[in-house]
Design a protein around this ligand. Structure first.
Ligand code: HPA
Ligand code: ZN
Length: 326
Protein backbone atom coordinates (compact mmCIF):
# COMPACT_ATOMS: atom_id res chain seq x y z
CA UNK A 1 0.00 0.00 0.00
CA UNK A 2 0.96 3.65 -0.30
CA UNK A 3 1.22 3.95 3.48
CA UNK A 4 3.59 0.98 3.69
CA UNK A 5 5.73 2.33 0.83
CA UNK A 6 5.82 5.70 2.57
CA UNK A 7 6.90 4.16 5.91
CA UNK A 8 9.54 2.00 4.24
CA UNK A 9 11.03 4.88 2.28
CA UNK A 10 11.54 7.25 5.21
CA UNK A 11 15.02 7.57 6.71
CA UNK A 12 14.69 6.27 10.26
CA UNK A 13 16.51 5.41 13.47
CA UNK A 14 16.32 2.13 15.36
CA UNK A 15 16.60 2.38 19.16
CA UNK A 16 15.88 -1.14 20.41
CA UNK A 17 17.93 -3.92 18.88
CA UNK A 18 19.86 -6.75 20.50
CA UNK A 19 22.77 -7.66 18.22
CA UNK A 20 22.63 -11.28 19.40
CA UNK A 21 18.96 -11.27 18.38
CA UNK A 22 19.93 -10.36 14.82
CA UNK A 23 21.82 -13.65 14.42
CA UNK A 24 20.08 -15.19 11.40
CA UNK A 25 19.78 -19.00 11.25
CA UNK A 26 22.02 -19.18 8.14
CA UNK A 27 24.78 -17.22 9.89
CA UNK A 28 24.31 -19.30 13.07
CA UNK A 29 24.95 -22.52 11.13
CA UNK A 30 27.91 -21.00 9.28
CA UNK A 31 29.53 -19.91 12.57
CA UNK A 32 28.76 -23.26 14.23
CA UNK A 33 30.62 -24.99 11.41
CA UNK A 34 33.51 -22.49 11.49
CA UNK A 35 33.89 -22.98 15.27
CA UNK A 36 33.24 -26.74 15.33
CA UNK A 37 30.14 -26.35 17.49
CA UNK A 38 27.26 -28.81 17.22
CA UNK A 39 23.81 -27.23 17.29
CA UNK A 40 20.86 -29.34 18.46
CA UNK A 41 19.23 -28.91 15.00
CA UNK A 42 20.29 -30.52 11.73
CA UNK A 43 19.44 -27.52 9.51
CA UNK A 44 18.03 -23.98 9.44
CA UNK A 45 14.47 -25.21 8.78
CA UNK A 46 14.52 -27.31 11.95
CA UNK A 47 15.88 -24.34 13.88
CA UNK A 48 13.27 -21.95 12.50
CA UNK A 49 10.55 -24.47 13.39
CA UNK A 50 11.65 -24.14 17.04
CA UNK A 51 10.99 -20.36 16.98
CA UNK A 52 7.57 -20.54 18.58
CA UNK A 53 7.44 -18.90 22.01
CA UNK A 54 4.79 -18.76 24.73
CA UNK A 55 6.58 -16.05 26.70
CA UNK A 56 9.83 -14.10 27.13
CA UNK A 57 11.67 -16.92 28.94
CA UNK A 58 10.95 -19.48 26.19
CA UNK A 59 12.59 -17.11 23.71
CA UNK A 60 15.53 -16.28 26.00
CA UNK A 61 16.38 -19.99 26.33
CA UNK A 62 16.89 -20.22 22.54
CA UNK A 63 18.54 -16.79 22.36
CA UNK A 64 21.28 -17.84 24.80
CA UNK A 65 21.70 -21.16 23.01
CA UNK A 66 21.96 -19.37 19.65
CA UNK A 67 24.65 -16.93 20.77
CA UNK A 68 26.91 -19.85 21.78
CA UNK A 69 28.28 -19.93 18.20
CA UNK A 70 29.89 -16.49 18.71
CA UNK A 71 33.50 -17.19 19.65
CA UNK A 72 36.00 -15.00 17.80
CA UNK A 73 36.26 -11.26 17.18
CA UNK A 74 35.43 -11.98 13.54
CA UNK A 75 32.19 -13.72 14.62
CA UNK A 76 31.08 -10.58 16.47
CA UNK A 77 32.11 -8.52 13.46
CA UNK A 78 30.11 -10.69 11.04
CA UNK A 79 27.03 -10.64 13.30
CA UNK A 80 27.10 -6.84 13.49
CA UNK A 81 27.94 -6.22 9.85
CA UNK A 82 25.13 -8.57 8.69
CA UNK A 83 22.67 -6.47 10.72
CA UNK A 84 23.94 -3.18 9.26
CA UNK A 85 23.78 -4.55 5.71
CA UNK A 86 20.20 -5.63 6.32
CA UNK A 87 18.94 -2.36 7.89
CA UNK A 88 20.53 -0.30 5.13
CA UNK A 89 17.76 -1.79 2.91
CA UNK A 90 15.17 -0.45 5.39
CA UNK A 91 16.55 3.09 5.19
CA UNK A 92 17.78 3.00 8.78
CA UNK A 93 20.40 5.75 9.01
CA UNK A 94 21.06 5.62 12.76
CA UNK A 95 20.97 2.69 15.16
CA UNK A 96 21.49 2.23 18.89
CA UNK A 97 22.34 -1.40 19.53
CA UNK A 98 22.54 -3.55 22.63
CA UNK A 99 24.97 -6.33 23.31
CA UNK A 100 24.91 -8.71 26.30
CA UNK A 101 28.53 -9.07 27.51
CA UNK A 102 27.60 -11.41 30.38
CA UNK A 103 26.05 -13.88 27.93
CA UNK A 104 29.50 -14.27 26.39
CA UNK A 105 31.72 -13.80 29.46
CA UNK A 106 30.04 -16.78 31.13
CA UNK A 107 31.08 -18.87 28.09
CA UNK A 108 34.70 -17.74 28.41
CA UNK A 109 34.65 -15.07 25.68
CA UNK A 110 36.66 -11.97 26.66
CA UNK A 111 35.04 -8.55 26.80
CA UNK A 112 37.69 -7.30 24.34
CA UNK A 113 36.88 -9.99 21.77
CA UNK A 114 33.22 -8.96 21.87
CA UNK A 115 33.54 -5.21 21.79
CA UNK A 116 36.39 -5.06 19.31
CA UNK A 117 34.49 -7.12 16.74
CA UNK A 118 31.25 -5.24 17.26
CA UNK A 119 32.85 -1.80 17.22
CA UNK A 120 34.95 -2.44 14.11
CA UNK A 121 31.79 -3.52 12.24
CA UNK A 122 29.88 -0.44 13.46
CA UNK A 123 32.69 1.79 12.16
CA UNK A 124 32.77 -0.04 8.82
CA UNK A 125 28.97 0.27 8.60
CA UNK A 126 29.21 3.99 9.17
CA UNK A 127 31.85 4.25 6.43
CA UNK A 128 30.15 1.97 3.88
CA UNK A 129 26.46 2.65 4.50
CA UNK A 130 26.51 6.02 6.30
CA UNK A 131 24.76 4.46 9.32
CA UNK A 132 25.64 6.30 12.54
CA UNK A 133 25.41 4.40 15.80
CA UNK A 134 25.54 4.22 19.58
CA UNK A 135 26.59 1.07 21.40
CA UNK A 136 24.75 0.06 24.58
CA UNK A 137 26.05 -2.54 27.01
CA UNK A 138 23.16 -4.39 28.63
CA UNK A 139 23.16 -6.12 32.02
CA UNK A 140 21.36 -9.44 32.40
CA UNK A 141 18.76 -8.92 35.12
CA UNK A 142 18.49 -12.62 36.04
CA UNK A 143 22.08 -12.36 37.33
CA UNK A 144 23.07 -10.50 40.51
CA UNK A 145 24.02 -6.83 40.77
CA UNK A 146 27.59 -7.82 41.68
CA UNK A 147 27.96 -9.46 38.25
CA UNK A 148 26.73 -6.26 36.60
CA UNK A 149 29.32 -4.28 38.61
CA UNK A 150 32.09 -6.66 37.43
CA UNK A 151 30.94 -6.19 33.84
CA UNK A 152 30.94 -2.41 34.21
CA UNK A 153 34.50 -2.67 35.53
CA UNK A 154 35.54 -4.57 32.37
CA UNK A 155 34.01 -1.80 30.26
CA UNK A 156 36.03 1.01 31.87
CA UNK A 157 38.88 0.87 29.28
CA UNK A 158 36.24 1.07 26.51
CA UNK A 159 34.06 3.98 27.61
CA UNK A 160 35.02 5.80 24.41
CA UNK A 161 33.03 3.14 22.50
CA UNK A 162 30.04 2.76 24.83
CA UNK A 163 27.24 5.35 25.02
CA UNK A 164 25.02 3.74 27.59
CA UNK A 165 23.94 0.78 29.66
CA UNK A 166 20.74 -1.23 29.49
CA UNK A 167 18.87 -3.90 31.46
CA UNK A 168 17.39 -6.95 29.72
CA UNK A 169 16.61 -10.68 30.08
CA UNK A 170 13.95 -12.21 32.38
CA UNK A 171 11.84 -9.33 33.68
CA UNK A 172 9.43 -10.89 36.19
CA UNK A 173 10.99 -11.26 39.63
CA UNK A 174 13.91 -9.00 38.65
CA UNK A 175 12.70 -5.42 39.24
CA UNK A 176 14.88 -2.46 38.22
CA UNK A 177 15.53 -1.55 41.90
CA UNK A 178 17.72 -4.68 42.13
CA UNK A 179 20.26 -2.72 40.02
CA UNK A 180 19.91 0.77 41.54
CA UNK A 181 23.58 1.00 42.64
CA UNK A 182 25.20 -0.18 39.42
CA UNK A 183 23.11 2.23 37.33
CA UNK A 184 24.01 5.09 39.68
CA UNK A 185 27.68 4.23 39.10
CA UNK A 186 27.13 4.08 35.31
CA UNK A 187 25.44 7.51 35.41
CA UNK A 188 28.36 8.91 37.42
CA UNK A 189 30.65 7.67 34.64
CA UNK A 190 28.64 9.73 32.13
CA UNK A 191 26.79 6.80 30.56
CA UNK A 192 23.18 7.04 29.37
CA UNK A 193 20.67 4.54 30.75
CA UNK A 194 17.80 2.60 29.22
CA UNK A 195 15.82 -0.15 30.95
CA UNK A 196 13.49 -2.88 29.66
CA UNK A 197 10.33 -2.42 31.72
CA UNK A 198 6.65 -3.18 31.34
CA UNK A 199 7.14 -5.86 28.68
CA UNK A 200 5.92 -8.67 30.97
CA UNK A 201 6.47 -6.87 34.26
CA UNK A 202 3.90 -4.58 35.94
CA UNK A 203 3.67 -0.76 35.75
CA UNK A 204 5.49 -0.68 39.12
CA UNK A 205 8.66 -1.82 37.30
CA UNK A 206 8.34 1.15 34.91
CA UNK A 207 8.00 3.50 37.91
CA UNK A 208 11.15 1.95 39.42
CA UNK A 209 13.03 2.36 36.13
CA UNK A 210 12.10 6.06 36.12
CA UNK A 211 12.33 6.99 39.80
CA UNK A 212 14.96 4.64 41.22
CA UNK A 213 17.21 3.83 38.24
CA UNK A 214 16.57 7.25 36.63
CA UNK A 215 16.45 5.73 33.18
CA UNK A 216 16.67 8.01 30.14
CA UNK A 217 14.40 5.75 28.03
CA UNK A 218 11.98 2.88 28.57
CA UNK A 219 12.36 -0.25 26.43
CA UNK A 220 8.92 -1.70 25.60
CA UNK A 221 6.83 -0.02 28.33
CA UNK A 222 3.61 -1.65 27.06
CA UNK A 223 2.10 -2.24 30.49
CA UNK A 224 2.41 1.47 31.35
CA UNK A 225 -1.02 1.76 29.74
CA UNK A 226 -2.53 0.02 32.80
CA UNK A 227 -1.66 3.05 34.98
CA UNK A 228 -3.15 6.45 34.00
CA UNK A 229 -0.79 8.31 36.35
CA UNK A 230 2.16 6.62 34.70
CA UNK A 231 0.91 7.54 31.22
CA UNK A 232 0.61 11.14 32.40
CA UNK A 233 4.12 11.10 33.90
CA UNK A 234 5.73 9.55 30.79
CA UNK A 235 3.97 12.04 28.54
CA UNK A 236 4.72 15.09 30.66
CA UNK A 237 8.44 14.26 30.88
CA UNK A 238 8.59 13.18 27.21
CA UNK A 239 10.13 9.79 27.90
CA UNK A 240 10.78 7.74 24.78
CA UNK A 241 9.29 4.24 24.67
CA UNK A 242 11.05 1.81 22.32
CA UNK A 243 8.15 -0.40 21.26
CA UNK A 244 8.57 -3.66 19.34
CA UNK A 245 5.32 -4.97 17.79
CA UNK A 246 6.58 -8.20 16.16
CA UNK A 247 8.44 -9.05 19.36
CA UNK A 248 5.27 -8.45 21.38
CA UNK A 249 3.34 -10.75 19.05
CA UNK A 250 5.94 -13.57 19.07
CA UNK A 251 6.33 -13.43 22.87
CA UNK A 252 2.55 -13.37 23.43
CA UNK A 253 2.58 -9.93 25.08
CA UNK A 254 -0.41 -9.40 22.73
CA UNK A 255 -2.76 -12.04 21.27
CA UNK A 256 -2.81 -10.62 17.75
CA UNK A 257 -1.44 -7.54 16.00
CA UNK A 258 -4.81 -5.79 15.93
CA UNK A 259 -4.58 -5.67 19.76
CA UNK A 260 -1.22 -3.89 19.67
CA UNK A 261 -1.28 -0.66 21.75
CA UNK A 262 1.05 1.42 19.54
CA UNK A 263 -1.71 3.69 18.18
CA UNK A 264 -3.23 4.03 21.65
CA UNK A 265 0.21 5.09 22.89
CA UNK A 266 0.60 7.73 20.18
CA UNK A 267 -2.93 9.01 20.71
CA UNK A 268 -2.16 9.38 24.46
CA UNK A 269 0.79 11.57 23.42
CA UNK A 270 3.43 9.04 24.47
CA UNK A 271 6.72 9.38 22.59
CA UNK A 272 6.73 5.85 21.14
CA UNK A 273 9.07 4.47 18.48
CA UNK A 274 8.96 1.27 16.38
CA UNK A 275 11.83 -1.20 16.63
CA UNK A 276 12.69 -4.82 15.85
CA UNK A 277 14.20 -6.07 19.19
CA UNK A 278 15.44 -9.51 17.99
CA UNK A 279 14.63 -9.56 14.28
CA UNK A 280 16.16 -12.96 13.48
CA UNK A 281 13.83 -14.57 16.05
CA UNK A 282 10.68 -12.46 15.72
CA UNK A 283 10.14 -12.44 11.97
CA UNK A 284 11.38 -9.12 10.77
CA UNK A 285 13.38 -5.91 10.81
CA UNK A 286 12.12 -2.34 11.31
CA UNK A 287 10.24 -2.04 8.02
CA UNK A 288 8.52 -5.39 8.66
CA UNK A 289 7.32 -3.93 11.98
CA UNK A 290 5.86 -0.94 10.11
CA UNK A 291 4.17 -3.29 7.62
CA UNK A 292 2.58 -5.43 10.34
CA UNK A 293 1.28 -2.46 12.29
CA UNK A 294 -0.08 -0.71 9.19
CA UNK A 295 -1.84 -3.91 8.06
CA UNK A 296 -3.49 -4.52 11.45
CA UNK A 297 -4.29 -1.08 12.89
CA UNK A 298 -5.88 2.25 11.83
CA UNK A 299 -2.50 3.86 11.14
CA UNK A 300 -2.41 7.26 9.45
CA UNK A 301 0.25 9.15 7.53
CA UNK A 302 0.63 11.38 10.63
CA UNK A 303 1.20 8.37 12.92
CA UNK A 304 4.04 7.18 10.68
CA UNK A 305 5.67 10.60 10.63
CA UNK A 306 5.38 10.80 14.42
CA UNK A 307 6.94 7.36 14.93
CA UNK A 308 9.86 8.20 12.65
CA UNK A 309 10.32 11.66 14.12
CA UNK A 310 10.26 10.12 17.62
CA UNK A 311 13.04 7.71 16.60
CA UNK A 312 15.39 10.66 16.14
CA UNK A 313 14.09 12.74 19.04
CA UNK A 314 14.51 9.77 21.38
CA UNK A 315 17.95 8.86 20.08
CA UNK A 316 21.12 9.72 21.93
CA UNK A 317 22.54 11.63 18.96
CA UNK A 318 23.80 15.10 19.89
CA UNK A 319 22.03 18.11 18.41
CA UNK A 320 24.93 18.41 15.96
CA UNK A 321 24.60 14.74 14.96
CA UNK A 322 20.86 15.16 14.44
CA UNK A 323 21.38 18.28 12.30
CA UNK A 324 23.97 16.44 10.21
CA UNK A 325 21.69 13.43 9.72
CA UNK A 326 18.44 15.25 8.87
N1 HPA B 1 13.29 -8.62 26.55
C1 HPA B 1 14.16 -8.92 27.51
N2 HPA B 1 15.37 -9.36 27.24
C2 HPA B 1 15.75 -9.49 25.98
C3 HPA B 1 14.90 -9.20 24.95
C4 HPA B 1 13.58 -8.73 25.25
O1 HPA B 1 12.73 -8.44 24.39
N3 HPA B 1 15.57 -9.45 23.80
C5 HPA B 1 16.81 -9.86 24.16
N4 HPA B 1 16.92 -9.90 25.48
ZN1 ZN C 1 14.74 -5.94 23.97
Amino acid sequence: SLLIDFAHSLPKAELHLHLEGSLEPERMFMLAQRNHITLPYSNTDELKAAYSFDNLQAFLDLYYQGMSVLITEQDFYDLTYDYLTRIHQDNVIHTEVFFDPQGHLERGIDFETQINGIYRALEDGQRHYGISFKLIMSFLRHLCEESAFETLELALPHLDKISGVGLDSSEKGHPPEKFARVFARAKALGLMVTVHAGEEGPPEYVWQALNIVKTDRVDHGNRSLEDPELIQHLTEHRYTLTVCPLSNLKLCVIGSMDEHPIIKMLDHGLQATLNSDDPAYFGGYVNDNFTSVINALPVTHAHILTLVKNSFTGSWMTTEEKDAAL
